[in-house]
Write a protein that binds this ligand. Structure first.
Ligand SMILES: C[S@@+](CC[C@H](N)C(=O)[O-])C[C@H]1O[C@@H](n2cnc3c(N)ncnc32)[C@H](O)[C@@H]1O
Ligand code: SF4
Length: 373
């Protein structure tokens, strides 16, 4: 992007700098999409506790156009680009998992939709949807780029997306995301609904920030036919004092809803960790993701892959496997499959998140933007 040569007004300069930043995030990258040939199906990946791994969450970038306070520091240092898997490598990796029984892929980040060329990955994955090898491709996004990508996502077979939105108040939104613009996200949500995508709104429950807005969020989401899910703030990355003080157990959030609504337990599952209720008054669903107060590990069928090809078998444990080395060392998937198998054989039974109120240390020191939410 060419730098303006004439003096320009401050707001325009800010817009230019912001745009230049976004473009810098979006490294030029092009992917030739080979037509997928039918692959012989390998043995399904099953962990030592008999859980078949059918769901992978793939982070396609550590970069983001927001700086949410619970997720990133303001002056994040991002990974060198050569450390990131190329779009071709991401496609090969996803395809290798599909051949071993993965039925559902969630693309996340950082902000997945700021990665340049990302739609070529969705296009490529859509071939697995067409063949029936894959049941679902979904995305978790902050919504900032949805206005321009929603229709293409739908065209690539994406049916459901998660949009993270903690507040409907523009000032609070700015305070939480630091760099975000609520109007753009709302525009993105409009575009996604117009394209026919089903949306689940995810809000991190933050005491003193959005605790007074919960009914408004629910009624807004349900009024537009969207599910509304609340997430307990997780102790990832450096937990500053604010993160401990903002921790609001969902048991309390749920109890506060009972003053106003009738909550009916329902047996709705999306393959994710949320537990759902139906709000009788609105007819819509509210989900709760409670990693701190409720252990959801028993039925865990998922693993996470970072944008550098590191496979985490559990969000709450440090153990990981490097998939990038076998990916880059050979064009055949033999070594890759061997590493995948060895890793799944080490998938732990469960995790143990704790925010230690004395030391204020997180249980796991990884940022969510690295692992992918
Ligand atoms: C890391 S983001 C990546 C995808 C995309 N940028 C977005 O915000 O949806 C995925 C999800 O993780 C959540 N998240 C990030 N840090 C968190 C934390 N410390 N505790 C709980 N949820 C967190 C975000 O709110 C978001 O819903
Ligand atoms: S939660 Fe999502 S939008 Fe917010 S900083 Fe993290 S990656 Fe970016």
């Amino acid at each position: 992007m060419a730098k303006p040569t004439r003096p320009i007004p401050v707001p325009a300069l800010f817009m230019w700098a912001h745009r230049a930043y976004i473009e810098a995030l979006e490294e030029p990258e092009f992917m030739n999409i080979p037509v997928k040939t039918a692959q012989p199906l390998g043995q399904p990946l099953v962990d030592p506790f008999g859980r078949a791994i059918t769901y992978i969450r793939v982070s396609v970038t550590d970069r983001c156009d927001f700086r949410c306070v619970y997720c990133m520091s303001e002056d994040m240092t991002f990974l060198p680009k050569q450390d990131l898997l190329s779009l071709e490598e991401l496609d090969r990796l996803c395809t290798a998992f599909v051949a071993r029984g993965t039925r559902k892929i969630r693309i996340t980040g950082g902000e997945p939709l700021v990665r340049r060329g990302i739609m070529t990955l969705f296009r490529s994955l859509s071939q697995h949807l067409d063949s029936g090898a894959l049941e679902e491709v979904t995305v978790t996004t902050n919504g900032s780029q949805l206005a321009r990508h929603a229709q293409e996502l739908a065209d690539c077979g994406v049916k459901r997306i998660n949009v993270s939105l903690d507040t409907l108040d523009p000032d609070k939104f700015k305070a939480v995301t630091r760099w975000g613009d609520l109007a753009k996200v709302l525009e993105g949500i409009d575009a996604a609904q117009k394209a026919g995508l089903a949306i689940k709104i995810n809000a991190v429950a933050l005491k003193g920030v959005n605790d007074d807005e919960v009914p408004q969020l629910i009624e807004w989401a349900h009024g537009r036919g969207m599910d509304m899910t609340f997430i307990e703030v997780m102790p990832l990355g450096e937990v500053e004092a604010a993160r401990v003080d903002q921790y609001w157990p969902l048991t309390q959030l749920r109890a506060s809803l009972l003053d106003r609504y009738t909550l009916e337990d329902i047996d709705y599952q999306t393959g994710g960790p949320a537990r759902y209720v139906r709000v009788k008054e609105t007819g819509g669903r509210v989900g709760f993701i409670t990693p701190l107060t409720h252990n959801f590990c028993e039925g865990c069928n998922r693993v996470r892959v970072t944008c550098t090809g590191t496979l985490y078998m559990c969000l709450g444990q440090e153990d990981a496997a490097d998939l990038r080395t076998p990916l880059r060392s050979s064009e055949s998937n033999e070594a890759l499959n061997a590493v995948m198998e060895a890793a799944i054989a080490r998938k732990p039974k469960g995790h143990d998140f704790i925010i230690d109120r004395t030391t204020r240390q997180p249980a796991v020191g990884r940022h969510m933007s690295v692992t992918g939410g």
